[in-house]
Each structure stands twice: as C-alpha cells, then as structure tokens.
Ligand binder design. Structure first.
Ligand code: SAH
Length: 494
C-alpha cells in the first residue's frame, strides 16, 4: 500500500492526524525537501527514510525514477509513505505518482495536506477569499521557463480573473510575472503580497503594488519558498496580520538547559513567536541509591524539615521513595520547603503542598523564608544536586539545625555536537537557566564565543557565573524562574 501524504506548509502543528498515524506505522518514507522540521520524528526506528526531492543544483531522482521506485516498493507489499510538502495534489506532482500507481495496479490512498497557497497567506493575515474583496481564487504556477517563447499560462485570462491569484514557485520570475500581468491589463496599483517561508517561525512578508513588488522583494532579498498573492485581500494584512506581530517573532532563542527540562520553556517561547533551538549544555545524571543517600531516604520520616531545590530533586526523591517501598505518606510529618514554583509544582503533582516557598527563587531567599520555622535541634534534610552551593545548609546549621545534605543527582556535560553548535550560531538570544548551563556551555564552546547573540540570565547567581567566564549578561530576569526569564526576553526584543 502506498500513501501519498501532504505534510503541510512547514508548521509541524499543521500536519494532519492521518499523516502522523501513517508516518508512525510506515515501513518506508520517501520524502521531499519542503517537509516540516521534525516531520519524521515519529517514524519507527527501523523504517527506511529516503530523500527523493530535488536539491537545487544537484539532481536526486527524476520524477520517472521516483514513480518507478514507489511502484516497486508498493508491489513488494511495503507500507510506503510518499511525503510531500503542502498538499500532494497541488503542484506536488502527486497526480503523476497516483497515475503511475493506478497503472501498475498498486493500491494507494491520498492524504490531502494544508497547502502553502492558503496557509502562508493566512499566517500573514491575508484571507484568500473575502465576501467584499474576492469571490474566487486561482492557484497558478509561477515556474515558467522565461526563455520559453510559448507560455503554458494564459496571461490574458489571469489578468481578467475576477479574484485572488496565488502563485507558487514564482519568486525567481517575479519581475516577469508582474510585467506579463500588467501588460495583459491587470491594474498595476493592485496590492501584492509575497510570503517567504510561510508558517515557519522565520516567516517574512512584503507587500507592495503589482508595479512595485518585484523591486521590493528584490531589495528585501526574498527567497524561495515563497507564495505570491495578487489581489485586494492583501491589504487586509494591515488589520489582521498576527504571526509577525508576536513579541518574539523573528528571534531565534537557544535553550541551553537539559533536554529533558527544555520543553516547557521551549513551548512558551514558541507561543510567543520565537524559533527555538535546543542546544543543551547539561544532562541530569541520577546518583546511585546507596550509602548516605539510601540511609537518608529510608529514614525520611525522621526529618522535621525537607528542603527541595529543583524539580529534578523532587522527581528523583520520589523515585527513591518507591525504590525503598515508601510513598508520599513518608513525608507526612515533615515541613516541606521548595526553592521555587517549578519545584513546588512538582510536589503538588504528587499530592503535596510546599509549606515554604520564598518570593525570590534563590537559596538566600529560601534561608530567609525558613526563619519562622523552628529548626533548632531538629533534623533537616536538604535534597539537591551534587554541585550546589552551601548557602542553604550553612544558613540552617547556623540556626542550630542538624542538617543532612544528600545529592540526588549530578549535572554533567552534554556534548554540543555539530548540530548544537550550528543551532547556537544562528541564535539571536542564548538563555542561561543555571550556573551549570554556563560552565558546561563555555566548556563545550572550547574557546568559541556566542557572537552577536544577546545573553539572557535567569538571575544574579547565573549572571555572576557568566561574568566569571568573561561573558556580560545583556538581560537578567527580575523573577528568577522560567516565567521571569521569558518576561525578560520579551522586554529585550524590539
Ligand atoms: N504541494 C505544495 C506545493 C509544492 S510547489 C503545497 O501544496 O503547498 C513548491 C512551492 O510551494 C514553492 O515554490 C512555494 O511557492 C510554495 N511553498 C511551499 N512551502 C511554502 C512555504 N512554507 N511558504 C511559502 N511558500 C511555500
């Protein structure tokens, strides 16, 4: 069985449910260049992934070869997904592939996709039809050989077309297209929009008149893939553009925290319009459950106060409780202190409310917040990372507490790799959410710098570590948590 599947215009969120199901169950996926980032992430590890698109310059497979390949794989009884950008039957040559399959008697299914000609304008704030402005829309190929004397397109008909013209593949020919349309009688003052990389975080849009658009797109260095839209609906963009008005649109933000912890921050940044590149500098490595740690966990019921200094700490402490045949009730008698809202939320997820939560999320503030709690002569457990500062245990000991400090995990270096380094190189902002992200990233950079990127720090301790490595933070969060970091980033963007 062969599936001719549209992957949508680029935003992974615009892939259909059916396309994801098929990708997840395919034996083989034959894909083109313009598929969304991460589109193949859900494929089975043993699936054969094969690029069959055309690289500008280098020829991969000819269309005949692709047709033959699909037929052959389909005949062999494989579940083959032929994955194409946008919709497979809109300038995707999917029609030709379906013809070849039909001729060979290979069963197939067609899965439509969101086509760029509708989606890119929509993300630019342009509806392709409108009750007052356009009652029809034409999808047109702009990929004409300029040297060909006979055009496949009827320019007179297009000039007279009573509605919006949406041109695919027309960027190189834009001057010619504008000239032909005006020569055939289309109004040179009509509005035209060109949307580059529509629905991607880096989407750009230029608007001008039919007479001026070629020069404008040239000056702005608009490149393929781009959709050109001719029609008065382009003017609606002034009112309803939305994507490009998001506060972090156009920014490329690098997240250096551990991959396992990055998703929350990454999602927030994406919602605000940023392109997020993950270049984790650290990884969390749980400590083996033995020695002092095992002893402390077994006797956790003896502690009057338990302090948790990170969401990871909560997670691993609960893993340790399970491993020692205990559950949340072991903490029933203890006062619980969390360093910040992320840690408190992790406790809450397990049915426990933090009794103490400081207003500023640093160890010094936690020491202060603990002042009303009687600790003298009582047993206190500080469960944390191996390499944490001693502000909290020292502060509690000064007040006469018997403090046990146990390390639940260690923060270790995550190699940056070529991809990570490349991603970092494109960043307009690099975020640091802890001193360890600073130390390990500097180590991974191995002498390289962060270039022009703005350096965003979660708080004073991280900033100090940055300075000690010769990096001056450009922005420091006022609230020392993820929300505060995001707020600082938004404040720093034009
Ligand atoms: N089957 C695809 C179109 C393939 S032709 C679809 O339905 O969308 C390739 C052309 O599609 C490009 O030259 C460009 O004009 C357009 N295109 C594809 N992705 C695009 C995007 N993200 N933004 C703007 N145009 C895009």
């Amino acid at each position: 069985m062969v599936y001719l599947v549209g992957a949508g215009p680029g935003d992974p969120g615009l892939m259909t449910r059916r396309s994801l199901e098929l990708i997840a169950s395919a034996d083989a996926i034959l894909y083109d260049r313009l598929i969304p980032p991460g589109a193949l992430d859900g494929a089975r590890p043993e699936a054969e992934l094969r690029y069959v698109g055309k690289e500008p310059g280098a020829a991969a497979l000819t269309q005949d070869e692709t047709n033959a390949l699909i037929v052959e794989m389909g005949r062999a009884g494989k579940r083959v997904v032929r994955l194409k950008g946008g919709d497979p039957f809109v300038f995707g040559r999917g029609g030709e592939e379906a013809e070849a399959l039909a001729a060979a008697g290979v069963p197939f299914e067609v899965v439509p996709g969101v086509t760029a000609g509708v989606a890119a304008p929509a993300y630019a704030g342009i509806p392709v039809t409108h009750r007052d402005l356009a009652s029809a829309v034409a999808f047109v190929t702009g990929h004409e050989d300029p040297d060909k004397p006979e055009s496949a397109l009827d320019w007179d008909a297009l000039a007279r077309f009573p509605g919006t013209l949406v041109l695919y593949m027309g960027i190189r020919n834009l001057p010619l297209i504008a000239e032909r349309l005006t020569a055939a009688g289309r109004d040179p003052q009509e509005a035209v929009a060109v949307v580059e990389r529509g629905t991607h975080p880096g989407q750009r849009t230029v608007v001008d008149t039919l007479a001026g658009i070629a020069a404008r797109a040239g000056a702005e260095e608009i490149r393929a893939p781009a959709i050109t839209l001719v029609g008065p609906v382009a003017g609606l963009r002034d009112t309803i553009a939305w994507l490009e008005r998001r506060p972090l649109h156009g920014e490329v933000v690098a997240v250096t925290r551990a991959r396992a912890q990055a998703s929350g921050l990454a999602a927030r940044l994406r919602e605000l319009g940023a392109e997020v590149v993950e270049s984790p500098a650290i990884r969390i490595e749980p400590r083996p459950l033995d020695g002092e740690l095992l002893e402390a966990v077994r006797r956790i019921g003896d502690y009057a106060l338990v302090c948790l200094t990170s969401p990871n700490g909560v997670r691993l402490l609960f893993d340790a409780l399970v491993e020692t045949d205990q559950d949340a009730r072991a903490l029933a008698g203890a006062t619980l202190a969390a360093i910040g809202p992320g840690t408190a939320a992790e406790l809450e997820r397990r049915g426990l409310r933090a009794d103490v939560l400081p207003e500023r999320f640093v160890a010094e503030a936690l020491v202060e917040a603990l002042e009303p709690i009687a600790v003298e002569g009582r047993r206190v457990l500080v469960a944390r990372a191996a390499e944490a500062r001693d502000v909290l245990p020292d502060g509690l000991r000064e007040r006469g507490a018997a403090v046990d400090v146990v390390a639940l995990y260690e923060t270790v270096a995550e190699p940056l790799g070529e991809d990570g380094a490349m991603a970092l190189g494109r960043a307009t902002h690099v975020t640091f959410t802890s001193s360890s992200t600073v130390r390990f990233l500097v180590e991974a950079l191995d002498g390289a710098t962060l270039g022009e990127a703005r350096v965003v720090s979660i708080g004073p301790v991280t900033s100090e570590t940055l300075r000690s490595h010769g990096i001056e933070p450009d922005v420091e969060a006022r609230r020392h948590d993820i929300d505060g970091l995001v707020e600082a980033l938004v404040g720093d963007s034009p």
